[in-house]
Design a protein around this ligand. Structure first.
Ligand code: F2R
Ligand code: MG
Ligand code: MG
Length: 304
């Protein structure tokens, strides 16, 4: 099973990184979502952003230790952070504090006047961790929480990560079983892992009620990440992933067309969907998109 875990996490990382890199191309002025629908792709290389850099650290930690150790992960995030990758302002400060010796619980708790961050940064990096835990949504939720806490002390930031990890766990499980989860069941299972008093929970329930509507209606109602928070990002991404779990290119196009925080909506959706479709096969991550993406960092595959 360990080889399977790593293979599933790597497929999710491929989908996440391609979604991030292609999505961020649509921040470039003059680029229009219709270009993607018409097959007019941006010129490579598509550079990945903070979403991918942090997800690579999560996968590297799982590959090395089989579990999330929060102290090690916090240091990995801080030491590998290349600030030009477009990190959120809260993350930049937290990672600088950790790098200069502040314990991660203190650094994370100090963000946003002591509220902690509810940014979508804990959710954007966690789909490979969910895929790694294809055998247990409970373990996926528990490890997602650990991976989130080192930077996101706000409960909604953590809830976003739990929701994405549980969805990726279910997607990977369905792939191993050879089935396709029914969208409403997938969203209900995700909601079951969340605190019913929370905003992410309520958003996931609304996403379930919007199944069968158009992607534009879902984005209008649920948000497209333009506020860069978990609450404004995760419900729509789960709607897209549940609806288009069998079709990676269509799922990424839906994120690009919705606008907003496109690198991150496409990273989350791409990670969950690729845990199900894999790379190269029918409905999977397109080989041409994978080769257009900037190569992943050398440290990810370097022997330890
Ligand atoms: N930083 C960005 N995108 C903006 C820049 C886009 C780029 N320059 C371009 O146009 O090309 N993207 C990256 O940041 C997001 C992940 O953010 P993370 O890691 O959660 O960071 P942070 O700063 O902690 O939170 C993000 C924002 O959320 C709001 N927020 C968070 N906590 C809050 C709180 N307690 N109260 C109110 N607001 C809160 C703030 O607006 C934060 O800035 C991803 O999109 C990644 O791609
Ligand atoms: Mg980013
Ligand atoms: Mg983003």
């Amino acid at each position: 099973f360990p080889d399977t875990r790593l293979a599933l996490a790597r497929d999710a990382l491929a989908g996440l990184s391609v979604g991030d890199a292609l999505g961020s191309q649509f921040f470039v002025p003059g680029r229009h979502p219709d270009d993607l629908a018409a097959g007019r792709l941006p010129a490579p290389p598509w550079e990945w952003t903070d979403d991918t850099e942090m997800a690579c650290s999560v996968v590297a930690e799982l590959a090395a230790a089989g579990r999330i150790d929060r102290d090690r992960l916090a240091l990995a995030f801080a030491q590998r952070c290349e600030p030009y990758r477009g990190y959120g302002p809260g993350a930049v400060t937290i990672l600088r504090l950790i790098r200069t010796g502040t314990p991660w619980p203190v650094a994370a708790a100090s963000a946003f006047d002591g509220q902690g961050s509810c940014g979508n940064g804990a959710a954007m990096r966690v789909a490979p961790l969910g895929a790694w835990h294809a055998d247990s949504t409970r373990r996926a939720a528990e490890q997602a929480r650990a991976s989130a806490e080192v930077t996101h002390a706000h409960p909604e930031g953590v809830a976003g990560a739990v929701a994405v990890a549980v969805a990726a766990s279910l997607a990977a499980r369905a792939r191993l079983d050879g089935g396709r989860p029914e969208p409403a069941r997938l969203l209900t299972a995700v909601a079951g892992a969340l605190d019913p008093a929370g905003e992410v929970y309520r958003g996931v329930r609304r996403a379930a009620a919007l199944l069968g509507h158009s992607a534009a209606e879902a984005a209008d109602s649920l948000g497209n990440g333009s506020r860069v928070t978990a609450q404004d990002t995760v419900p729509f991404t789960l709607w897209v992933a549940a609806t288009l779990l069998h079709d990676y290119p269509a799922a990424i196009r839906a994120c690009v067309e919705a606008g907003g925080d496109v690198d991150t909506t496409a990273a989350i959706v791409g990670g969950i969907v690729a845990a199900y479709t894999g790379v190269g096969g029918p409905g999977g991550v397109l080989e041409g998109w994978l080769t257009a993406r900037e190569p992943l960092p050398a440290w990810l595959t370097a022997p330890t």
